[in-house]
Design a protein around this ligand. Structure first.
Ligand SMILES: *[C@@H]1O[C@H](CO)[C@@H](O)[C@H](O)[C@H]1NC(C)=O
Ligand SMILES: *[C@@H]1O[C@H](CO)[C@@H](O)[C@H](O)[C@H]1NC(C)=O
Ligand SMILES: *[C@@H]1O[C@H](CO)[C@@H](O)[C@H](O)[C@H]1NC(C)=O
Length: 469
């Protein structure tokens, strides 16, 4: 309680700073230059659309592709025309020379024929890669079809289609379909891998599902100026047997960690904040700071089956009373990415219990606040998946730690049970032990008196109504 007044004072001290930040231009000139250099540009998109890649273009594209690897791997790429790197969660092969890629059929996997004399490492004539960046997760890998790479100097199949841009071959198998994983396992890795190619990329999708690519169409075509996506394999849709030919290719995606673009290992030094800007640009969202309004909008991500708020109505009423306009986002609302992105983009506070819905923070305007309700025993996951990423995206972040009495686990276990008194001892036993208990096995009833403090804190973090400036 003693903290309340102090926070209020701090809020007033910050007020002049906030107003100054609104008035300052969004991007400094130096930063703008860097963005133009490291991202797509409209001019180049036009060049791409003409479909004719001249020699200069091809050389420049090769130069950009080399930036995907560094050190020894880059020397290897220059020397052998191909380099494959193995990161903890992803395997990635980059080749700056021509390839032919045959689509998967019922009897053979998608196959990349290295037709320009690329040298695989000694002892390898071919190898198999699953282009989804969760290689340590056997469940994700079962849902990701293998892609074969073969050194084929002579008997490679003839081209049915010749593309002017390098192939970016990636999978939407694995955990794709869950919004956190869509962003974390596919969209951010795609941005890391192809974001610096200035739209000179032909996306080639493995484990293709039409609804998925339709949902993220605007984002995908912000990375590629090709006329369409190409399909390498699909578990649900028949794929025409075809041989696609490319001047170069990347098989697999770069991956840096949970909702992370690590600028020290990204082409062009892009950061998580740059990813958020990229996404906003792709979806036509506003980038400016959440405007100071009389009743800021709070979007509440509603969960229904696990980690549900049993007193959600009470929480909504409280938020209204504290001064918010409240929008409750049911899970079904989030099937259309564009519409819901617009709703989140117009809000000041995104609030929810730890879970994939919080990934919608990627659509927030600068200066908005993320409020994460942390269920019992999920502190580690809350920090790794949402708290640190929110800060990296330049958002304000606060969390509400539920007390054990606010969790339904409290009624389910004896009061001295390890589940209640020492969650770490359970978490340490692995996800297959902790998941049914903490992730899937609890609902919450928030202590509204205590949660009011958190909501007030969120309100204070927002810009004041403009007339105050
Ligand atoms: C980013 O990469 C650098 C160098 O590889 C590493 O030292 C640093 O810990 C990474 N940052 C994060 C947030 O993982
Ligand atoms: C959980 O997984 C570990 C290894 O991944 C295994 O040793 C253990 O038996 C599993 N426990 C349960 C309850 O399935
Ligand atoms: C949580 O609440 C939902 C909806 O009220 C219910 O379907 C589910 O079984 C509950 N789960 C637990 C672990 O209590």
């Amino acid at each position: 309680m003693a903290k309340g007044p102090r926070r209020l004072v701090l809020g007033f001290l910050l007020l002049p700073l906030l107003c100054a930040a609104i008035l300052r231009p969004n991007i400094a000139p130096l930063r703008l230059w860097k963005l133009q250099l490291s991202h797509w540009s409209n001019n180049l998109i036009l060049i791409g659309r003409s479909g004719s890649a001249n020699t200069e273009d091809v050389e420049f594209t090769r130069f950009l592709l080399r930036r995907l690897v560094r050190g020894k791997a880059r020397r290897e790429l220059s020397q052998d025309g191909i380099s494959c790197i193995s990161d903890p969660e992803s395997d990635l092969c980059v080749t700056t020379d021509a390839v032919r890629i045959s689509t998967a059929t019922s009897s053979s996997p998608a196959t990349v024929y290295l037709t320009a004399g690329q040298q695989l490492p000694p002892g390898f004539n071919s190898f198999v890669l699953r282009p989804y960046p969760r290689k340590t997760d056997s469940f994700a890998m079962q849902r990701t079809a293998p892609v074969h790479l073969v050194a084929a100097h002579s008997n490679s199949p003839p081209c049915d289609l010749t593309h002017p841009f390098p192939a970016i071959l990636f999978s939407i198998g694995g955990f794709a379909g869950n919004f956190f994983h869509d962003v974390n396992d596919v969209l951010i890795p795609l941005f890391l891998t192809a974001g610096h190619l200035r739209s000179r990329a032909q996306l080639l999708v493995a484990d293709f599902e039409p609804w998925w690519t339709q949902k993220y169409r605007r984002v995908l075509f912000h990375l590629s100026s090709a006329a369409d996506l190409a399909v390498a394999s699909s578990p649900s849709t028949p794929v025409e047997p075809k041989v696609h030919c490319f001047p170069a290719a990347v098989v697999g995606l770069k991956y840096h960690g949970n909702l992370l673009c690590n600028s020290s290992d990204a082409p062009g030094g892009v950061s998580t904040l740059d990813f958020r800007r990229f996404l906003h640009s792709a979806l036509g969202l506003k980038e400016d700071r959440a405007a100071g309004v009389e009743r800021p909008v709070l979007v509440l991500i509603s969960r229904r089956t696990s980690r549900a708020l049993l007193n959600e109505d009470g929480v909504v009423a409280l938020a209204r009373e504290v001064g918010f306009e409240v929008e409750v986002a049911a899970p079904t609302r989030m099937t259309s990415v564009g519409d819901f992105a617009g709703v989140v983009n117009g809000c000041g506070v995104l609030m929810g219990v730890h879970g994939a819905g919080l990934t919608n923070m990627v659509f927030l305007p600068a200066g908005a606040v993320v409020v994460q309700v942390v269920p019992w025993g999920l502190d580690w996951a809350a920090a790794a998946y949402y708290a640190r990423p929110a800060r990296r995206m330049g958002l304000r972040y606060i969390e509400y730690h539920t007390a054990v009495e606010e969790s339904t686990l409290y009624d389910k276990y004896p009061k001295d049970h390890l589940v209640l008194v020492d969650p770490w001892s359970i978490n340490r036993q692995g996800y297959n032990v902790s998941r049914p208990i903490y992730t899937d096995g609890q609902n919450l009833t928030l202590d509204l008196a205590r949660f009011r403090e958190t909501l007030l804190q969120a309100l204070e973090m927002l810009p004041r109504p403009t007339r105050l400036c």
